[in-house]
Write a protein that binds this ligand. Structure first.
Ligand SMILES: Cc1cc2nc3c(=O)[nH]c(=O)nc-3n(C[C@H](O)[C@H](O)[C@H](O)COP(=O)(O)OP(=O)(O)OC[C@H]3O[C@@H](n4cnc5c(N)ncnc54)[C@H](O)[C@@H]3O)c2cc1C
Length: 446
């Protein structure tokens, strides 16, 4: 563990994308009196976010931190959605041209994004203190406006502001007693619900589309990422595809380390038929999916609410100093639509500005003047954005997860057929494609 000071103005807990960007945002505002800590020795190398959307790149540009990420990523200019046997919609992202200088979805693995952000703060001379696991927070005994933050080894740091960027199971959130609930059901906590489980893996040799009754996505990765995504020095000659598949709750828990057979079973049930190993649906001579090799894996499911966020009033709570939450610590939802990291990065970009305003206003105003409204407004705004993203991902999930049942005895057509017709027809109209591109880009909910 590196040596951390006894006190700081701002403590950032967590050096995932949200914590790193919070640090960059403060640096952009010429503020350096902060400390960043993370529980683990090095960043994660699992299959997680893969796309940075236009709204996020625009936000990063405002703190001069987007350029390096754009330079390392690959610009995807269309998104194709289909059922198991055919393509239904192809959305051209060029409709975003008039709204942004980033009219594309930037494909870049999360670990590379984190690496670039980490190098950038290093360039400012800032160190992430690792491994420093926060275990508790309490009010400072001498000054009610400060928080004492304790680490696993007993070390304590005193801070005026604590930024909880410590992910979905945030200790900062829990210790500060901040509620975390599904905005629709009011259900509290980060525990099991009936969320469709999702398994993600990096494999090579596959192509794929969305499927009925569940969902199945695949994104071809640029070959330039092969080395980065390969595990344990494994050599990769083919192309790696990121696949994501919904796993019905009735299937039970996703195994901790699902092997090739488990993944193949998902492909056979939900993936494009051209990849199926089942001869009854794939009689042709297609590339054998068994060439695919399991590379890296993250599981999500059975342990998260479908969508949860903190109430805005909670974020600037008085547990000694001021506690603010960003990223997954403040909101979680399904990865459908690839929005989680994006939303967290935007929270963190805008937090820097709000925090600086608060720090400057508190220094220049008498102590009886309320300056906390600055942070309350920030929290309200970000809460609204989180609700919008949760609603968006829930809509996507319900469309992708349409059940294969007849809609009625009178019209013996299955609901998935109706969905596919509507999508196919909608996809013929430019304005519908533009609407889909806009929703995915996040530009309407920065
Ligand atoms: C399977 C999967 C697929 C996903 N796909 C996408 C996608 O396509 N697009 C997208 O935008 N998002 C996606 N996400 C979501 C995205 O990965 C998260 O939203 C993003 O990682 C959140 O970043 P964060 O910095 O808020 O939290 P995290 O990335 O969780 O980082 C939190 C950091 O805090 C540290 N920490 C935790 N506890 C402590 C502690 N007590 N003390 C000190 N440090 C601590 C951790 O070590 C970690 O480094 C996906 C997530 C999963 C799981």
């Amino acid at each position: 563990m590196t040596t951390i000071p006894n006190s700081t103005t701002v403590l950032i807990v967590g050096a995932g994308p949200s914590g790193l960007v919070a640090a960059l945002s403060l640096l952009h505002h010429d503020f350096k009196d902060f400390v960043v800590v993370d529980a683990v020795e090095q960043g994660q190398n699992t299959s997680r976010a893969l796309v940075v959307h236009a709204a996020t790149l625009e936000a990063l540009d405002t703190i001069n931190s987007g350029e390096e990420i754009v330079a390392k990523g690959t610009k995807a200019r269309s998104i194709n959605i289909g059922n198991r046997t055919s393509q239904l919609v192809s959305t051209n992202l060029s409709s975003l041209d008039k709204h942004t200088r980033h009219p594309y979805a930037l494909v870049i693995p999360q670990n590379l994004t984190e690496y670039i952000l980490g190098e950038k703060i290093k360039g400012y001379g800032v160190t992430v203190h690792r491994p420093c696991k926060v275990t508790s927070l309490r009010r400072n005994e001498k000054d009610d406006n400060l928080t004492d933050v304790t680490f696993e080894d007993g070390k304590i740091i005193t801070a005026k502001y604590v930024i909880g960027a410590d992910g979905a199971r945030s200790v900062v959130r829990r210790m500060a007693g901040i509620g975390f609930s599904d905005p629709k059901t009011g259900e509290q906590g980060d525990r099991t619900t009936n969320l469709t489980q999702m398994v993600l893996a990096d494999v090579f040799g596959f192509i794929g589309t969305m499927s009925p009754e569940s969902f199945f996505l695949s994104i071809p990765m640029p070959n330039s990422f092969n080395e980065l995504l390969a595990k344990n020095g494994q050599e990769v000659n083919g192309q790696i595809y990121r696949i994501g598949s919904g796993v019905p709750v009735v299937d039970g828990e996703i195994p901790h380390s699902p092997g090739k057979d488990y993944l193949q079973n998902l492909i056979d049930r939900f993936g494009p038929t051209i990849l199926s190993s089942d001869a009854s649906v794939n009689p042709g001579l297609h590339a054998s999916p068994h060439q695919g090799s399991y590379m890296a894996f993250t599981r999500l499911g059975g342990d998260k609410l479908e969508g949860a966020t903190v109430a805005p009033d909670d974020t600037a709570s008085k547990h000694g100093g001021i506690i603010l939450l960003v990223g997954d610590a403040a909101h979680i939802h399904s990865p459908a639509g690839g929005q989680g990291m994006n939303l967290g990065i935007r929270d963190a970009v805008f937090l820097g500005e709000a925090l600086m305003k608060h720090i400057n206003a508190s220094a220049s105003q008498p102590s009886n003047i309320d300056t906390d409204y600055i942070l309350r407004e920030f929290a309200e705004e970000r809460h609204k954005r989180a609700l919008e993203v949760i609603a968006y991902t829930k809509t996507l999930l319900s469309v992708m997860g349409t059940q294969d049942k007849k809609i009625s005895w009178v019209f013996p057509i299955s609901a998935t057929t109706v969905r596919d017709w509507v999508m196919w027809l909608g996809g013929k109209f430019g304005f519908m494609q533009a609407k889909m591109a806009w929703a995915m880009s996040g530009l309407g909910r920065r």
